[in-house]
Design a binder for this molecule. Structure first.
Ligand SMILES: [Fe+2]
Ligand SMILES: [Fe+2]
Length: 304
């Protein structure tokens, strides 16, 4: 069984990263439907608000509880998040609660607040999370099935819908395990998660490649090459699951730092109106945070 402190910290860390990711998935889905599917647009808005309310509560409980290392890792918010939200709100006319972002920026690090009252609150937050994660998985599943059966048109790629479903399922899996206070075999788990996130990085590169304006030939080339590199790393980290090859982890870390820099430049370029594309700035920042999350994980894995 994991300790009380591990339960509190790991749960809150997981929520701070993933609940924001989920609220943004709902937002991206919302912007992709045609006028015919207004019910879907409304449902996406509902899910986005549910994750927003949840995230706001998580932020309140997290103040003074988490390590500086985690808070500075760029997976909760980045240097671009607030500006990307404002720009995306400007383009779409959809309200994005920037209050949460500001509160996240101001989160203070651990001051030894681990009393039993927090443990109870975290347990309840985890239960609440499992309900709304279940709802968003079901929603994504319906959309994906409708799109694949040609019953629905949406501006989001089918692979993107599948991609964000896998991210939601990972979140669900992690919280279910935390609720059972299961101890994780980090060595075995590391290669599994590494293969998961390498595939995610490959797909991000391919989404970016496909959403850039066709005239952005240089950036398309760079994105294409990242896609190939991470496809290869996905294969290698899958193979490493059986033989525990640590060199793959080093390679994944190096490549992920590179794609992180590329995503940071791209997000900056989108905000500065320097890149022609159909990428919302918040999507750029979203994929940047996921790269930062993966880097944080890889650094933990390397210690084992
Ligand atoms: Fe995502
Ligand atoms: Fe992603």
């Amino acid at each position: 069984m994991i300790s009380r402190i591990e339960f509190i910290q790991q749960s809150l860390e997981t929520h701070l990263f993933f609940a924001r990711i989920m609220k943004e998935h709902a937002f991206f889905l919302m912007t992709g439907f045609t006028p015919r599917d207004k019910k879907f647009t409304d449902r996406a808005a509902e899910l986005m608000r549910a994750f927003e309310e949840f995230l706001a509560d998580v932020v309140r409980v997290s103040d003074g509880v988490l390590g500086e290392d985690y808070l500075q890792s760029g997976q909760v918010v980045t240097q671009f998040t607030l500006e990307a939200e404002k720009a995306t709100e400007f383009y779409t006319g959809i309200d994005i609660s920037t209050k949460i972002t500001k509160a996240e920026v101001e989160l203070s690090p651990n001051m030894g607040r681990h009393h039993p009252a927090i443990e109870r609150k975290v347990y309840m937050l985890n239960r609440r999370a499992l309900t709304i994660i279940g709802n968003i998985i079901q929603f994504k599943n319906t959309i994906l099935n409708d799109v694949l059966a040609c019953k629905m048109f949406t501006l989001n790629y089918p692979l993107l819908i599948d991609h964000i479903m896998r991210e939601a399922k990972l979140y669900q899996h992690l919280i279910m395990r935390l609720q059972k206070r299961e101890v994780i075999n980090i060595h075995k788990e590391a290669f599994e998660q590494e293969a998961f996130w390498n595939r995610i990085m490959a797909e991000h590169a391919k989404f970016i490649r496909g959403l850039l304006d066709p005239s952005e030939e240089e950036l398309i080339k760079v994105a294409h090459n990242f896609g190939k590199e991470f496809d290869e790393l996905t294969r290698e980290s899958k193979a490493a699951m059986d033989c525990a090859n640590d060199d793959v982890t080093k390679e994944s870390l190096r490549a992920t730092k590179n794609i992180r820099d590329f995503k940071a430049q791209a997000t900056d370029g989108l905000l500065d109106c320097k890149i022609k594309s159909i990428i919302l700035p918040l999507l750029g920042d979203h994929t940047l945070r996921e790269a930062n999350h993966f880097i944080h994980l890889l650094r933990i894995f390397k210690r084992y």
